[in-house]
Ligand binder design. Sequence first.
Ligand code: PLP
Length: 402
Amino acid sequence: MNTLESEDSFGLTVCHKFPVAIERGQGSVVWDVNGKAYLDFTSGWGVTSLGHAHPVVLNALNAQAARIMQNPNSGFTYSPVRARLLNRLQQVLPGDLCRVFFANSGAEANDGAVKLARKVTGRTTVIAISGSFHGRTLGTLSLSGGQENAARYLPQVPGNLFAPFGDMAALESLMSDQVAAVILEPVQGEGGVREQAAEYAQAVAALCQQYGALLIADEVQTGFCRTGSFFAVDALGIAPDILTMGKGIASGFPFAAFALTEAVAAGVAKGDHGGTYCGNPLGCAVADAVLEFLLENDIAAEVARKGGILHAGLQQLQQAYPDMVREIRGRGLLFGLQMASDEQVMALTGICLEAGLMVTPTRNAVLRLIPGLLVSEAEIAQALGLLHDALAHLQGQHRDAA
Ligand SMILES: Cc1ncc(COP(=O)(O)O)c(C=O)c1O
């Protein structure tokens, strides 16, 4: 059996949409088992922030693997590499965030954040935003608005309310002294690259403060320079009480975290949260090396600069194909092309794949682009050229069909 047949027969954990088996990657390029190269503008859903097989990641992983991978008694013992990462995080965490829990995935980080918000406030209601995506555990699925899956796993975790996107009046009407937290993505990635306005985010923060509710910023997708600032909340001008991180934090090694202010941490006791692999030395070593690289090379500024180039190119595409590309949204190196229909997004994704460009179809008829943060200007130009050709191809198909 080849890779595709074996996974189709035995793989229950994956959901195949594309007939391609990827074997290796280097920088922004990946190769399939037949040796065909693809420009990766998905970075594994925003994960491989330094691109594939970056020496910084490989060296950190190898060196730490040779030292120790898992502490005896895990989190009951101290770890120099964990301490190093904790210190380095202090340089980038926004506002008063300073205390950190580690996790293995974004969903786990969000679950932990909500769990502790409930404990610290003594309240049970959590408000999320329609169209949000916070993960696929039972807890986070119950906070993911517009997620068709949620209805398949009833009963959901109770106590959650949803406010329509960007609607401050609606949020105010849901707010009460029963609300433990509001959880907000600065940019809804899975929801179709929908950016929160700074005024809205600041009003949400003020409302939370007024009612003694905690503001949880879910930066699993937007954190670690993705949107052109270290965290997206930096650009929004808000200081959350809890901030969750994942994906790009360790550029491909499964790792995540959430940070609390000292005031929130005061309500948490030792042993309230944890897990076997949380803050494991391998993940800490890679995250620390990634963080050091991002800081030393001012990657946030680079992402903002290259994002400007990509944005300008995408706007030209929109002008060339206004019937298909309705809107360009996003910033940094996270963009969404609002297409006319989901069918169009899937067709375009397939044409791009054939031509050697990998992009991500996202909910609500959006084609998402999330290249690695070190993508070169030449690769951006190449991707724009391939997208241009793919749109021309799709337009031709529409004409033929008409
Ligand atoms: C904003 C946001 N939060 C949470 C998650 C869940 O992260 P994970 O898939 O690592 O559990 C995602 C994943 O796409 C995400 O985009």
